[in-house]
Design a protein around this ligand. Structure first.
Ligand code: AMP
Ligand code: ZN
Length: 110
């Protein structure tokens, strides 16, 4: 998808700090980390949000990539978040799963 920053990261058209990659997904460090570990997992294929996901293989790949990324980073305790829609805090409209770790995380989030 043209002009999508996360498609550009997935296609290696712009630099990012990739920490995990497989056939369907890429995980890279968030530019503005909200915790000592803050990584975003995205599908290589463009879906604007969870509302657009229609492929079980992609849905499953995202979650398994989150687990693989956590293992690779050596973390066992972490939060995974998918913001869907503006009111939920979504700012980039290429679905991404946040992995946050390395500090105590409050629940419920604000
Ligand atoms: P969300 O608010 O759920 O849409 O999250 C978007 C996230 O993308 C934010 O945490 C941003 O800091 C992060 N972000 C935006 N642009 C980049 C980029 N070029 N590289 C890494 N992270 C980014
Ligand atoms: Zn995209």
């Amino acid at each position: 998808m043209e002009n999508c920053i996360f498609c550009k990261i997935a296609n290696k058209e712009i630099p990012s700090n990739i920490v995990y990659e497989d056939e369907n997904t890429v995980a890279f460090k968030d530019l503005n980390p909200q915790a000592p570990v803050h990584v975003l997992v995205i599908p290589k294929k463009h879906y604007s949000s969870l509302n657009e996901i229609d492929d079980k293989n992609i849905a499953g790949s995202l979650l398994l990539a989150a687990k693989q990324t956590a293992q690779k980073l050596g973390i066992t305790d972490y939060r995974t978040v998918i913001n869907t829609g503006k009111e939920a805090g979504q700012e980039v409209f290429h679905i991404h799963l946040h992995i946050l770790a390395g500090r105590p995380l409050k629940w419920p989030p604000g």
